[in-house]
Design a binder for this molecule. Sequence first.
Ligand SMILES: Nc1ncnc2c1ncn2[C@@H]1O[C@H](COP(=O)(O)OP(=O)(O)OP(=O)(O)O)[C@@H](O)[C@H]1O
Length: 250
Amino acid sequence: MLEIRSITQVFGGLTALLDVSFSLRQGEITGVIGPNGAGKTTLFNIISGIYRQTSGQIFLKDKNISGFPPERLARLGIVRTFQNIELFGQMSVLENVKVGLHTKSGCGIFSCSFKLPWHLAEERRITESARNWLDFCGISDLAEQRADSLPFGKGRLLEIARALAMEPQIMFMDEPAAGLNSRETQDLATLIRKIREAGITVVLVEHDMELVMDVCDRILVLNLGEKLAEGTPREIQENQAVIAAYLGEG
Ligand SMILES: Nc1ncnc2c1ncn2[C@@H]1O[C@H](COP(=O)(O)OP(=O)(O)OP(=O)(O)O)[C@@H](O)[C@H]1O
C-alpha cells in the first residue's frame, strides 16, 4: 500500500540513507530497526513529510505523495507519533484528543464556540468519538485530568489515542516503548496488536528488540543508511549479516 522507492538522503557530505526501497503491506505491523545512526529517524521524517528526500519517491497506493507536508499526509490517512511526547499540558486528556478531531471535522474550536445547532451536534459527536479512542487505549478513566498531570506511560497512551482519533490508514510510531517499564511495554504490545486488528497498518521504529520481535509481522533492518535485510522476525533473527551488524552486539 505504501511504497518507498530508492530513497536517498544526503545531509551536507553525509549520506544518511542510500537507495532504500521497501513496501508496507496493508494491515501488517512493520518494524524498522538498526544501530544508532542507521537512518531510521531520517526515513520516518521523510515518510511523514518533515524532510524532503534528496532523491527517490514515495507512493501511497498509486499516488505519488513525495514531498507532501504532514497535514496533507494526515488527510490521506498517514499519521505519526513522536519519541518526545507533545501534549497540550494545560488541557484535559479528553480535550487533547478532541483537538485532533476538530482539525479533521472542519468544525474549528472557534466556530464551535458559536454553538449553532449543527456545531452542537458535531461537538457531541466529537466528544463521543474522543471518549471512544480513550477507551480503546485504556485511559478513559483519566479523561478529565490535566494532561501534564499524567504519569509518563499514560502520556504515551494519550499521544497514541490522539493519533488514532485522526482515523489513520497508516500509523508511524517513533520509539513507542522508550521510557516505559516492562509492564507498560507489554500493555503497549497488546495495544499495537489491537490497532492492527482495527485495520490500521502500523510501522514502528524501536530499540526494544523483545517488543519488535513479539509484535512485528515484518522487519526492515537498516545499517549505515542502507537496507541490510527485510523479513519476518524469525528470518531477521537468523540472518547472519544482521547478527554481525546489529543483533550480535548485545
Ligand atoms: N538534520 C540532520 N542534519 C545532518 N545530519 C543528520 C540530520 N539528521 C540525521 N543526520 C545524520 O544522519 C545519520 C542517520 O541518523 P538517524 O537519526 O536517521 O539515525 P537513527 O537510525 O534514527 O539513529 P538512532 O537510533 O540513534 O535514533 C546520522 O549520522 C545523523 O547524524
